[in-house]
Every structure is written in structure tokens, then in C-alpha cells.
Write a protein of this length. Structure first.
Length: 298
């Protein structure tokens, strides 16, 4: 059995840790509220713009080429990995990295063996993990979450778009956590480029409808301006989803850590009381034994 001093030291240490996890939970909750508001406001806009993007891509003909929808034989691939800058968020980062490994092993094993899979890491955890494994990293975007805004994310999106347009990559995928609620994050692996042509929209009456557009000022100008903007919005939405998911995961992890610290404190206090009671009992027995021995000697 541990000594009273050791148990007291552990109680002090666990109490300090519990206070830290409580504080981190409160900070994560405050950040989550803002991040959740941002992604809730972004989703309808991004979804509508994405729908328009898909329809424009479907309506594009040879006379109005869309370089972002060009399909080629997949030889070179860029995988965008969105993680967090910090840990203490449960399985938030490890789940993304597992999904990245599964994607590469299952879909791009040939390209990976030929050294034709590059990675663009947003977030320090993913960057450090891929760097240690010797993966080819493109650029350094670990600073994105320090001052998260559309302008900071736009730089990474433009790099991926320009590289695809220049023919450096034949496909660009994004792996990230989608925010569902505080306790649940869903791993998403999405094809960013080339643009996917979705099926016609099904209306409320269960009849398929094809969206027709009147282009003003011109079809070419709309495609030249709207499609790049829509792609950047979709990229930014993925980063916002990951940001909200990170704070939700950290809040949940710190809540569980606080509860575990409370349970451990209960056990330590029980151990302390038992040890203290045993020490008191031993002292009493020694006093009684000494008194009896003194009386017998008389």
C-alpha cells in the first residue's frame, strides 16, 4: 500500500489536472459556439452554390470548356488532409489520418508506389504525421487555423486549382471531419477536382427536373468567374467543418477527462482514508501494547 505522502501527492496532482481539463472544456465550448455558428451559416450558401456548380458543369459543352471538369487518366494525385494544430481532441486527428491511409492504399496504391501521390496538409498534426512518414508535402499551411478566414484558406484552394488546371494533378481529394454535433464527427473523403456532375435534381413531387439557366452577361464569363469562386467556397466549407468538429471533439474529450479525474479522486481519497485509518489503528495498538508491557513490568 502506498504511503500517505504519496497518496496526498497524487490527489494534489489529479486535482490540478481536473482543473485544467475543466478550463479547456470551457474554452472549447466557447470556440465551438462561434465555429458552429459559422458553419451553419455557410452550409446553405455552399450547398446552393455547389448545386449550381454541378449544373453548370453538366451544361458545359465543347464550345464552352471547363478546365476544372476535365477528366484525365489518374496518374498524379493530390490529397488535401485537414487536421488540427493541437491535440487533446480524442480520435479527431487519428481518424482523419486513418482515412487518408485507407484512401491511398485502396484507390491510389499504383500511384503511391510510383511516388505520384502528393499531400497538402492543413493543420500541424497532419503535417507532422505525413512529414515523419516521408510523404511528399506541398507547401506549408499549418498557420491556417491561427487566423481562420476565407483569405487564408483561399491560398491553399487556389494552389490546388491552379495545379490541376496546369495538369500537375489529375485528381484532387479532400479528407476532413464533418461536424454533426458536439459528440459526433463524420469522416468525409470528397473529390474536389475534377468537378463531379451530379444527377438531375428530384423535386418534391418525385419527378426529375433539369435546371435551365439564362446566362447574363455570357455563358463563358459566368463559367470563368463563378466556377472558381464556387470551388473556393467548397474548400473553405470543408475547413470550417473541420474547425467546428475539432472544438466539439476537444470539448467531449475534456469532459470525459474531467469525469475520469473525478472518479480517480474518489478512489485516491478512499485509499488515503484507509491508509490513514490503518496508521491510526497501528499507533493505538502500539500504545496499548506499550502500556500493557509497562504494567506487567511493575
Amino acid at each position: 500500500m502506498a504511503s500517505l505522502k504519496e497518496v496526498r501527492s497524487r490527489i494534489v496532482s489529479v486535482t490540478s489536472t481536473q482543473q485544467i481539463t475543466k478550463a479547456m472544456k470551457m474554452v472549447a465550448a466557447a470556440k465551438l459556439r462561434r465555429a458552429q455558428d459559422n458553419i451553419i451559416r455557410m452550409r446553405p450558401y455552399a450547398q446552393r452554390l455547389g448545386s449550381i456548380l454541378a449544373n453548370l458543369s453538366r451544361l458545359t459543352d465543347d464550345s464552352t470548356s471547363n478546365v476544372y471538369a476535365e477528366r484525365r487518366e489518374i496518374n498524379r494525385v493530390l490529397v488535401v488532409v485537414i487536421t488540427s494544430d493541437r491535440g487533446l481532441a480524442g480520435a479527431f486527428n487519428s481518424n482523419v489520418l486513418k482515412a487518408v491511409n485507407s484512401l491511398v492504399n485502396e484507390q491510389y496504391s499504383r500511384q503511391m508506389a510510383a511516388g505520384q501521390v502528393d499531400f497538402l496538409a492543413i493543420g500541424r498534426r497532419g503535417h507532422d504525421y505525413l512529414s515523419k512518414r516521408g510523404s511528399k508535402l506541398i507547401g506549408n499551411y499549418t498557420h491556417v487555423f491561427a487566423q481562420l478566414s476565407f483569405d487564408t484558406v483561399r491560398v491553399a484552394a487556389e494552389y490546388a486549382m491552379n495545379a490541376f488546371r496546369a495538369g500537375e494533378y489529375d485528381q484532387v481529394d479532400i479528407v476532413y471531419n464533418e461536424f454533426k454535433n458536439v459528440a459526433t464527427q463524420i469522416i468525409r473523403t470528397e473529390q474536389f477536382l475534377p468537378i463531379q456532375e451530379h444527377a438531375p435534381v428530384v423535386s418534391a413531387t418525385n419527378t426529375t427536373t433539369n435546371t435551365d439557366y439564362i446566362f447574363e452577361p455570357s455563358k463563358e464569363q459566368i463559367i470563368a468567374e463563378l466556377i472558381p469562386k464556387s470551388l473556393k467556397i467548397q474548400f473553405y466549407k470543408a475547413v470550417l467543418e473541420s474547425n467546428a468538429s475539432e472544438h466539439g471533439a476537444r470539448m467531449t474529450a475534456m469532459d470525459k477527462a474531467t469525469d475520469n479525474a473525478g472518479e480517480l479522486l474518489k478512489q485516491l481519497k478512499l485509499t488515503y482514508n484507509r491508509s490513514r485509518q490503518a496508521a491510526i489503528t497501528t499507533e493505538i495498538l502500539e500504545i496499548v501494547g506499550g502500556a500493557e508491557a509497562l504494567a506487567a513490568s511493575r
